[in-house]
Write a protein that binds this ligand. Structure first.
Ligand code: SF4
Length: 461
């Protein structure tokens, strides 16, 4: 196995942890190697081996030749489930990587964060082409339910709701069979459009409460937790396992086809290159870029980059076509790439940045990031298209949700604008329809007895 790189900051939020090991130390898989210096969560070694370097942002470990699935367990003296989750270093595994123990318990006031509220489990696997969350639920729905109960007890919830896309019919049937005997947990079906996994979209869909961009789910007496994170909490409580392994989807321009390669329990810190190799290696037709994360919210990465506790996917895209310097307008959405990411794409297409617009619902937050005011419900994009036209753009590149891409298409092409979506090259590589026009209604029938075409809410070219 290649050298393992354990980043001292595993998620997008918080401060880097401080190493508690030294170069030359022998470490065991599961051993605590770094602790928080502020907002953050413990980091444990995902392999047994020797620490060969410690830099400002990572601990590098040379793995022993022999590795085992065993690990150093959470110490016996820790018996409280909240403390186990804290010690295990669990962070949200579906996105920003916020420490879970803080999300579910108010340590300052020493009380649960909810008052007879809701644990909303985000099983939407919202980014297109990903498959590891549903594969995990499919393989072991029982542990998911036990994990929800642990979280409900800690957070002060009376109810758990699993939010899952209606297209996962077999998984839903497995869950339904178990939920018959578990009245505290139910499931809610989501339409297959982006961004149904956005926290406030999950709250809106499950509870019918529309939150402001600045509000957290706690304003709706709810906590939203990604399904893989629920499993990690259950493993911390039941198996005393620290968060050292990650499930991941590798997909795209990989030898052998565009099907998803789902790897379960990959040691955190393995490299992008190693996982692409294990999936079969690069397709000989070449590729454009490698994205770490989903095609909307992920970022271009390098082959030597390590996966973290929050990495959801490695996507290898189709090669970029050459726009020969054509003028490209950028339409930024709160739920897609930020301006920097979109500008990077324009360069990779060899386009010339011409004009920038923001979706008018992409509200700017005090920290400079943007959040959508009503995720997935488009305010209309004609005004932006007119601006692009006036600025002389030949192409526009958009990062919009399904609904807004649909409204861009309602006027953009009629004005002579050639529309590209930031996810196009990834979607072509994974065999997913391009984000352009919504084919049918977004309505979801919550009654599974009604047989719908699972393709109904897909977007098509
Ligand atoms: S409404 Fe606008 S900001 Fe919100 S998801 Fe759609 S494109 Fe993004």
């Amino acid at each position: 196995m290649e050298n393992i790189q354990m980043l001292l900051k595993q998620g997008a939020v918080g401060k880097p942890c401080a190493s508690i090991v030294a170069v030359g130390d022998k470490v065991k898989r599961g051993q605590l190697i770094a602790t928080p210096t502020g907002l953050g969560a413990n980091v444990h070694s995902s392999v047994s081996g020797e620490v060969i370097d410690i830099t400002e942002d990572r601990i590098i470990i040379k793995p022993d030749d022999e590795q085992s699935k065993d690990y150093v367990k959470i110490p016996e003296e820790i018996t409280d489930p909240l403390e186990m989750i804290k010690y295990a270093g669990i962070i949200g595994q579906g996105g920003a990587g916020f420490p879970t123990f803080i999300k579910i318990y108010n340590g300052k006031e020493n009380k649960p964060v909810l008052d007879h509220g809701y644990i909303l489990v985000n099983a939407s696997e919202c980014e297109p082409g990903l498959a590891h969350n549903i594969a995990q639920i499919d393989a072991d729905p029982e542990t998911l339910l036990r994990g929800i109960h642990y979280l409900m007890d800690i957070a002060g919830a009376d109810k758990g709701i699993i939010a899952i896309k209606k297209k996962h019919r077999e998984t839903i049937e497995k869950l339904d069979a178990l939920l018959k005997d578990d009245p505290a947990i139910e499931r809610h079906l989501l339409p297959d459009i982006y961004p149904m996994g956005e926290e406030r979209a999950v709250v809106r869909e499950c509870l019918g409460i529309e939150l402001e961009p600045s509000q957290l789910p706690s304003a709706a007496n709810a906590v939203v937790i990604n399904s893989e994170t629920v499993y990690s909490c259950a493993k911390a409580v039941e198996d005393r396992k620290p968060l050292i392994d990650k499930n991941i989807t590798v997909r795209g321009m990989i030898k052998g086809g565009s099907e998803a390669h789902v790897f379960m329990d990959v040691p955190v810190g393995r490299s992008v290159q190693a996982l692409i190799d294990e999936a079969g290696g690069f397709d000989e037709r070449g590729y454009g870029e490698v994205i770490m994360g989903g095609s909307f919210t992920g970022k271009a990465t390098t082959l030597d980059a390590p996966i973290t506790k929050a990495t959801g996917a490695i996507l290898v895209t189709r090669p970029f076509r050459d726009l020969h310097g054509a003028k490209v307008g950028i339409l930024v959405c709160a739920c897609g790439g930020n301006l920097e990411r979109m500008q990077d794409l324009v360069k990779k297409y060899n386009g010339t940045e011409c004009h920038v617009c923001y979706c008018k619902q992409a509200a700017e937050m005090p920290n400079g990031t943007r959040k959508c005011e009503r995720p997935g419900n488009c305010p209309g994009q004609v005004k932006n298209n007119l601006e692009f036209k006036k600025a002389g753009c030949e192409y526009i590149i958009i990062g919009n949700c399904s609904d807004c891409s649909n409204t861009v298409m309602a006027s953009g092409p009629k004005m002579g604008l050639k529309v590209m979506h930031m996810t196009d090259l990834a979607m072509m590589a994974v065999g997913h329809p391009l984000y352009r026009t919504l084919r049918v209604s977004k309505k979801v029938d919550q009654d599974l007895n009604v047989v719908d075409n699972p393709e109904d809410n897909e977007t098509v070219e």
